[in-house]
Write a new protein. Structure first.
Length: 216
């Protein structure tokens, strides 16, 4: 594998910003989008449990409804692809079993050999104390995927804008998630910046590394 150079990574991160205005006529090409879908799939999660779904919205009528549930932010309608991050409202043994079975299948091992690992996960997230705050745990996992997606997008020259200014309950209704056991926590618009977006050339404001990085 040929690694991305350090300079190229920093260049991509400096190029990235939260796009305020997308070019609605310029769509993400299929090859790049398939790459970004894989970035979502390959996102890390605690235990590798992947307590998420990624809803990719391109339908204009649906995007118009989502825009109304997003304080009318134009990015929702003008972007090429709208990614909505949904999480499991409650962790259950069925999801853990599915993960354990998939692990055994992919790694070609006896599923019985993973019984101990399964019990550890269930003891933590189903019957343990974290089972009472599982939506908070799952939301943190979704934000890991969000960060991974945005970084991957920047590296291949795709713009993004993370969106917390949304009404998750309305999103659930619009996307048919209400009562399904899944709930929306955050969204991200993806596409290509408009030449009219003044924020594209605005300098980033960051604290000095010495103020926020502590070497111990």
């Amino acid at each position: 594998m040929e690694n991305l150079s350090s300079a190229k990574l920093i260049e991509s991160l400096k190029w990235r910003y939260a796009a305020k205005k997308f070019n609605s006529e310029k769509k993400i090409d299929n090859e790049k989008w398939k790459c970004l879908e894989q970035a979502l799939v390959l996102s890390p999660s605690s235990y590798g449990l992947q307590p998420w779904k990624f809803l990719i919205v391109q339908n204009t009528e649906v995007k118009e409804k989502l825009k109304a549930a997003s304080w009318n932010q134009s990015q929702v309608l003008d972007c090429s692809h709208m990614v909505v991050f949904a999480i499991k409202e409650k962790m259950d043994e069925a999801h853990i079993d599915r993960f354990i079975n998939q692990t055994a299948k992919i790694r070609k091992i006896d599923v019985a050999s993973l019984e101990g690992y399964k019990k550890v996960i269930a003891g933590d997230l189903v019957t343990g104390p974290r089972g009472h705050v599982i939506t908070e745990w799952a939301a943190r996992q979704a934000y890991i995927a969000l960060g991974n997606f945005m970084t991957a997008a920047a590296v291949i020259g795709v713009d993004t804008c993370p969106l917390e200014g949304i009404n998750p309950v309305k999103y659930d209704e619009i996307l048919g998630l209400t009562g399904s056991g899944w709930k929306v926590v955050v969204a991200c618009a993806a596409g290509h910046r408009s030449d009219e977006d003044k924020y594209a050339t605005t300098e980033k404001v960051r604290f000095d590394a010495s103020d926020i990085i502590v070497h111990i």
